[in-house]
Design a protein around this ligand. Sequence first.
Ligand code: GRF
Length: 213
Amino acid sequence: MAEEIFVSPKKKGRIAVFLSGRGSNFRAIHEAITAGKINASVALVFSNVEAAPGLLTARERGLETFYLNPKLFPNREEYDKEAVRQVRKRDVDLVCLAGYMRILSPYFCREFKSRCLNIHPALLPSFPGLHVQQKAIDWGVKFSGATVHFVAEEVDMGPIVIQAMVPVLQDDTEETLAARILVEEHKIYPEAVRLFFEGRLEVRGRRVFIRDA
Ligand code: GRF
């Protein structure tokens, strides 16, 4: 079977950001947009957490927000069907998960295949899951970092777009390492979104090529 190739669209894009918490990656992406570095707009900021500080920031910035209560749905797939409906209604080209603390259903992953990015605070495929900064320290690795990847059905395992590396220092705590990694997250996530809408991300199987790099 021929390998499936996806090339990201070159256009002024519409983004939906999904978040559950403070939303610093959302802010970094939005600020890159307002600075004219990314050819896109934030069409929606979506959350599964009503009190997420990131939602508040979005409202303060005049962006449309949507909170969807998970308790109103019998299962993950039904919840995600409504989430997908909300995203589609706004004619969104790319979903950016930015601290969205809810596992996506296979349905959602299929609907947005190659159109959904996530940021993870470790060098995948090492340390998928949660509390990964502490896991990196406990394992004794000398370097960790951040990964922007396309979302696939297997959690944290989709094609990798960009990674940034940071040293793990002897006296690091979970907090100090997380802070060092976060600085890099705020650089590589906007960069990945920029490349996406410049039509420069080419996904071939597991590998992502950056055109004209
Ligand atoms: C980041 O560390 C990100 O890598 C992870 O969740 C955290 C979200 O932080 N997926 P923020 O809400 O973007 O500040």
